[in-house]
Design a protein. Structure first.
Ligand code: COI
Length: 341
């Protein structure tokens, strides 16, 4: 339109994909550097059936947002953090990766090329999704001979249908997300498909999302499907230490830094589920999720009468603007008491 926006209804945006005009693409061979990336029209890509990413999951993604401020300026939130995290992940997955400056430059180009899709101030953001993929063909289990760095973008608003209402989390005690020495601490594409089954189960039972426990003991909380978790007890803010099995979120890091700057005590330490159930407050952080309050935690199919049991106690109503205010179907729930040492 005359203000430079595409003609879409900004008020009904959720976290669905809205395809935009351009994507960024850069390729390189194994043991070489990424150079000469460029913007191309958004669209499908062609891959060999033997592409390493399709067969063996050699791939990483990132997530970041471009926001249009009231004064019209477009800003990116800490893109250097995403660039560095992709480099760390690439090392774990045996992939070459773009250096920080070319990464940020590519993200900027993608955001600006799709500027008319960046929502008006206060109506959401442009979610930018960098991908690093082993696209070369290979049959044996080994790193791909060729790599593709791609960035696409989509305007988004709220990740959860609960919008600003509190989340009802289900503590998953059958399925684990990550284990010691695995890839849980990097943004490997392989971390996400195995989380779909427990997430679907939790959603079918009326929960908003799943909270995973550490795979070694099943005692300590780790993270939610697409976000990190924090708790507050007696004004002290705590969150589990990332230590290889938890994704080091950029919003998590920012939350810790801002809370400390504001004078809060913030601890990164192991948190037993029981301790979370006794918390005064809990909340989740993530790029897609931003910051959302937790209204209830259900552990071993029991929604405890703990201070966190219902959202009213932290000033939110779990039924506000959402349909999450109903009792989960416990019969469907296969959970039980987990034996721990
Ligand atoms: C993000 O917050 O950017 C994420 O990567 C979460 C994603 C799985 C939606």
């Amino acid at each position: 339109d005359e203000n430079g926006y595409v003609d879409i209804d900004w008020d009904t945006l959720g976290f669905g994909l809205t395809s935009t005009d351009y994507m960024y693409k850069m390729k390189c061979f194994k043991d070489e550097e990424f150079t000469e990336g460029k913007l191309i029209p958004y669209g499908n890509i062609e891959l060999s059936p033997a592409a390493c990413v399709l067969n063996y999951g050699q791939g990483l993604f990132e997530g970041m947002k471009a926001i249009r401020r009231e004064d019209g300026k477009v800003v990116l939130f800490r893109p250097d953090e995403n660039a560095l995290r992709m480099r760390i992940g690439a090392e774990r997955m045996c992939m070459p990766s773009p250096s920080v400056d070319p990464f940020i430059d590519a993200v900027k180009q993608t955001a600006l090329a799709n500027k008319r899709w960046i929502p008006p101030p206060g109506k959401g953001s442009l979610y930018i999704r960098p991908l690093l993929l082993g696209t070369g063909a290979i049959l044996g289990v080994a790193p791909a001979p060729e790599y593709t760095f791609l960035i696409y973008a989509s305007p988004v608003r709220n990740y959860f249908k609960e919008e600003s209402a509190a989340l009802n989390l289900y503590v998953e005690d059958q399925f684990d997300r990550a284990s010691r020495g695995g890839a849980g601490g990097v943004k490997s594409i392989t971390n996400y498909a195995p989380a779909m089954k427990p997430l679907a189960k939790a959603k079918n039972n009326g929960y908003s999302d799943v909270l995973y426990l550490d795979s070694a003991t099943g005692k300590y909380i780790e993270e939610v499907s697409a976000c990190n978790i924090f708790m507050v007890k007696d004004k002290i803010i705590s969150t589990p230490p990332t230590k290889g099995t938890i994704l080091p979120g950029v919003t998590r890091k920012s939350m810790i830094e801002i809370a400390r700057e504001q004078g809060f005590k913030v601890e990164e330490r192991q948190i037993a589920v029981e301790e979370l159930l006794e918390a005064d407050e809990a909340f989740c952080t993530g790029t897609a999720v931003v910051v959302v309050p937790v209204g209830s935690i259900t552990y071993q199919a029991k929604r405890p009468e703990s201070p966190l049991g219902y959202a009213e106690l932290i000033g939110y109503s779990s039924s506000e603007g959402s349909d999450t205010n109903y009792e989960p179907d416990l019969e469907e729930n296969e959970g039980g008491t987990r034996e721990v040492n």
